[in-house]
Write a protein that binds this ligand. Structure first.
Ligand code: GDP
Length: 324
């Protein structure tokens, strides 16, 4: 940005894990921040220095009005139904919220940029799930888009639409995010469900942890690192696609073992039951990303490994339990 101009950014999904970390990061840079959070959500998770807009951007016309009003230099589209599990129960809502909101936002940014002549940069949270059926052992930006869940399809729509608007002249980027975790992760994700349960079992407030597929392997990273990558993409100067991943895969069982070990339980199998009711109609056996492009072009690298991520989440949940 030119000297003296304080950038204005709009973050959709500002109350979520990634949105809240990104808001913290950009406020530290001194940027002016606007945030979109879903109507009726919880105010407590949004940084007080963010100007909030409680609107549904998947509804016709809403994104256009918002972009015209806020006049952002940067738009970070992180809002959406983030749970693959939930997408099987709510496929239509997932398609609307994740797919249509991206289309609406991209079109609003393009239209505003055309009308005002002022550049707008957009970074979209795409997802590893777009590669779930690709069949390749290590996924990168060239991997075939082959989703296997309603969530994956909705993210593929957003991913392809970013590429369409990039070709049209918008500086639009896909951050292809592999799983990324933190204490701000809700319990709808397996990692947080496990760390909270491990702590509850040591405290005697829970007997058994019920999980679904224990053999699935995921490439789990540290959410604040992934938000750093998203910010670096905005700074990069041109639209592109970037995989953000650690390159290391671990199974759900590995995660359970590490979390239980962190609270001093070695015989975790005595406390865990695998419930077939919790299996998904389709579930990728193994997702691992190759982030060489982000490393080479953005200078990005993860700062925490698997054990450190598990430990940080367990430590947080231990303090929470004590405070409760
Ligand atoms: P996802 O990779 O984006 O779907 O992230 P999740 O954390 O929801 O799931 C990661 C993996 O854990 C998937 O293969 C799930 O099938 C598996 N899994 C096993 N048990 C559970 C569970 O109780 N909850 C969730 N969310 N996932 C589970």
């Amino acid at each position: 940005m030119s000297a003296g101009h304080t950038p204005t950014a709009l973050i959709t999904g500002v109350a979520g894990q990634d949105g809240s970390y990104l808001a913290d990061l950009l406020l530290e840079r001194g940027w002016t921040l606007h945030g979109v959070a879903k109507p009726g959500g919880n105010d407590g998770t949004v940084n007080v220095h963010v100007e909030q807009h409680r609107v549904d951007i998947s509804k016709p016309g809403v994104a256009q009005v918002l972009i015209h009003e806020v006049q952002p230099d940067y738009v970070f589209h992180l809002a959406g139904i983030s749970s693959v599990w939930r997408s099987w129960n709510d496929p239509v809502l997932t398609t609307q919220v994740n797919g249509l909101s991206a289309a609406a936002l991209l079109d609003a940014c393009y239209t505003e940029q055309e009308a005002s002549g002022k550049r707008i940069v957009l970074v979209n949270a795409s997802s590893a799930e777009i590669f779930a059926g690709s069949g390749v052992p290590l996924q990168n930006e060239e991997t075939r888009v082959a989703p296997t869940s309603p969530y994956g399809v909705s993210k593929a729509l957003s991913h392809n639409m970013v590429q369409v608007y990039r070709a049209r002249g918008l500086e639009a980027t896909n951050a292809i995010l592999f799983n990324h975790e933190s204490p701000r992760r809700p319990e709808t994700f397996v990692t947080r469900k496990i760390t909270k349960a491990a702590v509850a079992i040591t405290r005697g407030t829970l007997d058994t942890l019920e999980l679904g597929n224990l053999t699935a392997e995921r490439d789990w990273g540290w959410a604040p690192d992934y938000v750093d990558a998203i910010a670096a993409m905005a700074d990069y100067g041109k639209g592109d696609d970037f995989v953000v991943a650690t390159g290391q895969a671990h199974s759900v069982a590995d995660f359970v073992a590490a979390a239980f070990a962190a609270v001093g339980i070695e015989n975790w199998r005595d406390y865990v039951r695998s419930d077939s009711e919790m299996l998904r109609p389709a579930d990728s056996a193994r997702m691992v990303g190759d982030a060489a492009k982000a490393r080479d072009l953005l200078g990005w690298a993860p700062t925490k490994d698997f054990e450190q991520i598990v430990d940080a989440m367990v430590q947080f949940d231990m303090t929470e339990e004590m405070a409760a």
